[in-house]
Ligand binder design. Structure first.
Ligand code: DC
Length: 223
């Protein structure tokens, strides 16, 4: 592996702004951004479309084995996610997908395959990868590991503003309950739960903008 091969992991709870921060960080460093949450979402979308029983872990693992999830760089520099060749970048953000991804994420056989695909993507290229288990399971040897945290109320408010701006109907209490429920599921999953790697640096994004958070991380990276 060349010495300039760089892996930076960003783990943390939903809504902490990890994806936007990771994307911006990768852009500033001129390296690839890997959105691992998008991979779990894409498989969820496929299972929902097939009206599968989401509690059937064996069937979900077989589905995963027979699925091709890839990323494609678009002319504007953004990355699209392809599910068996179809661009599903927008479809995977639907609330129905968000609320059902935990079934896929807690299936051990699915995680084993996802972890292998993620490692393969980071093997021969420098990446900024974001998710829940990137520093603890997938890239344990990453040169830099960050745990991006944020106060739960601020995460709820950010999501609220995003939905309002997008003209989507939104109930603040429901949003708060959903966020707490997702945290609970992420923290308590038997495989690949969200936790801070012992060698990760915590970056608290509470009260910070995306670029403010990226600035904070950039100051901690010495290339
Ligand atoms: O980061 P996100 O909200 O797009 O993640 C979607 C779901 O996938 C969320 O329920 C947590 C799960 N996930 C995971 O279990 N492991 C990862 N590496 C990334 C996401």
């Amino acid at each position: 592996m060349p010495t300039d091969h760089l892996v930076i992991t960003l783990d943390g709870p939903a809504g902490a702004g990890k994806s936007t921060v990771a994307k911006s960080l990768a852009g500033r460093l001129g390296i690839t951004y890997l959105d691992t949450g998008a991979m779990y979402r894409a498989l969820t979308l496929k299972a929902l479309r097939l009206k599968m029983d989401l509690s059937d872990e064996e069937a979900l693992t077989t589905l995963c084995r027979n699925t091709k999830i890839t990323f494609k760089e678009m002319p504007d520099g953004s990355l699209s996610i392809l599910l068996d060749g179809e661009d599903v970048s927008t479809a995977i953000r639907a609330p129905e997908v968000t609320n059902n991804t935990f079934y896929i994420a807690k299936t051990p056989g699915v995680r084993t395959l996802m972890v292998a695909w993620q490692r393969a993507m980071g093997q021969d290229r420098s990446i900024v990868t974001d998710g829940r288990d990137q520093g603890t399971v997938v890239f344990t040897d990453a040169r830099y590991k960050f745990y991006v945290d944020c106060d739960v109320e601020e995460r709820v408010q950010r999501r609220f503003k995003e939905l309002v701006a997008a003209g989507k109907p939104v109930n603040l209490d429901q949003l708060r309950a959903d966020m707490k429920d997702r945290d609970q599921k992420d923290f308590t999953r038997a495989v690949g739960p969200l936790k801070k790697a012992p060698d990760a640096i915590t970056v608290d994004s509470t009260g910070l903008t995306v670029e403010g958070t990226v600035d904070k991380i950039m100051k901690l990276i010495h290339l």
